[in-house]
Design a protein around this ligand. Sequence first.
Ligand code: F3S
Length: 276
Amino acid sequence: MQIQLAENYGFCFGVKRAIKIAEENKNSSTYGPLIHNSKEIARLEDDYQVGLTDDYKFFKAGDKAIVRTHGIQKQELKELLEMGVDVVDATCPYVTKPQEIAQQMSEDGYSVVIFGDEAHPEIKGVKSYATNGAIVVMKPEDLEGMKLKEKVALIAQTTRKVENYMEVANYLIPRYKEVRVFNTICNATFENQDAVKSLSKKADVMLIIGGKNSSNTKQLYAISKDNCPDSYHIEDEKDLDFSWFDAKKLCGISAGASTPDWIIQNVIDAIEKKIN
Ligand code: F3S
């Protein structure tokens, strides 16, 4: 069986940047998981003494707090600074952008609609910047019966599928006088998604490696599954079931934007050892 990696996979620019920032700030704590990968978080703890704090109120004056890739809420950032905490911002610039748009559009009198998952830290953060509030939707039907202003600004979670985003935009455009659609979906997501689409069309088994709570990994898995029914979402080599590879010719591999290369390599090594 041949193993082929997708043309683009794994760590994106924002995650690489956040990890570098964490490595440069030993003896600090991230507020919330820096990225959605528990194993990489454990490595940062072991090798760089970068801990994890789930409640920002635990930080004290003089502590160093690293703001995670997905960003935090505006009010929390303000409180951390007021508490005298040394804040190191590792928010991905592609997440800072929709935060700024939400604030600007809200102040300019637009109804702000965010396409994304309300429970995701990124969206909680982006929403908090809309000075006059924002509506978070997952599909066009969520907008039915809503009373919005004549001017609407639409923002997407960075990891969303563009096709689904367009459905929401298409719902709004004929109903409102002015609809400003911001393409805040990040290129890294496009690149990994495009690559998984083409690879899953030719592979007869696909592995998508990434944290079980990583939304972009779940999306890669969904795309892969559409084209290749034998697609599996695994966190690392321990999740492998070698019967998946019986009578298979091409195993395609991709990984979410928070998956480090060393985990991907461990998976490849385990398969090669067992199969070939
Ligand atoms: Fe940033 Fe895009 Fe990665 S938003 S964290 S570069 S997936």
